[in-house]
Write a protein that binds this ligand. Structure first.
Ligand code: FES
Length: 207
């Protein structure tokens, strides 16, 4: 499935410079993102410059349908907001035995804030919020939401994300599967809900 058609989404029509980082795929992904962000930041309005420099990003999540994902930019990184279906949420605990760190116990302060240290790695069960950058070498994994056999994935695939460069796979909570190059789950950024339909990325109640 593709990103939901919601304002603020990366990949929507508009200034192509906003989408520069989309072209970054693998290898030096994170460093490349920083490098290309510099020239375009200088062309932004003051509020946009603040956001690019790291200010929290407010996102309207009301348009994300179940099973869809929205991508927004925070600190030059892609942040995924996925609305999981009830079936996808219910399937998460069944995958634990196949995952490298199902309870997000590795480097929790770096990758999983306290309010996301649960099976879905989320505040609300239906909404996954993660930085879409692989913890191996910084590629941006691809959506592989459909369950079942398909190229580069096991026959019993339950839906998740595939990092194309070295084959790391992640479930729909951003948890990495065992025996993959990625050493950690996808990072959960600081975030909080301002209302049922508004998410703030980059700040939480603790901040
Ligand atoms: S960057 Fe190598 S598996 Fe993701």
């Amino acid at each position: 499935m593709s990103d939901a058609a919601v304002p603020n989404a990366i990949g929507q029509a508009g200034d192509p410079s906003r989408r520069t980082w989309i072209a970054i795929t693998c290898g030096a992904g994170v460093l490349g993102g920083v490098a290309v962000a510099v020239p375009f930041v200088s062309t932004l309005e003051p509020s946009e410059r603040a956001r690019a420099a790291g200010a929290p990003v407010q996102v309207d999540i009301s348009g994300i349908k179940a099973g869809e994902k929205l991508t927004v930019e925070w600190r030059g990184k892609p942040v995924w907001i996925m609305r999981r279906t009830p079936e996808q949420v219910a399937a998460l605990p069944k995958l634990d035995a196949e995952l490298a760190d199902p309870k997000s116990e590795r480097h929790p302060d770096e990758f999983t804030p306290p309010y996301a240290r649960n099976e879905g790695r989320s505040i609300k069960p239906e909404f996954l919020v993660v930085v879409g950058i692989c913890t191996h070498l910084g590629c941006s994994p691809s959506d592989r939401f459909a369950p079942g056999a398909q190229p580069s994935l096991p026959d019993d695939w339950q839906g998740g994300f595939l990092c194309p460069c070295h084959g790391s796979t992640f479930d729909l909570a951003g948890r990495v599967y065992k025996n993959k190059p990625a050493p950690d789950n996808l990072p959960v950024p600081p975030h909080m809900y301002l209302s049922d339909t508004t998410l703030l990325i980059g700040e939480d109640k603790k901040a």
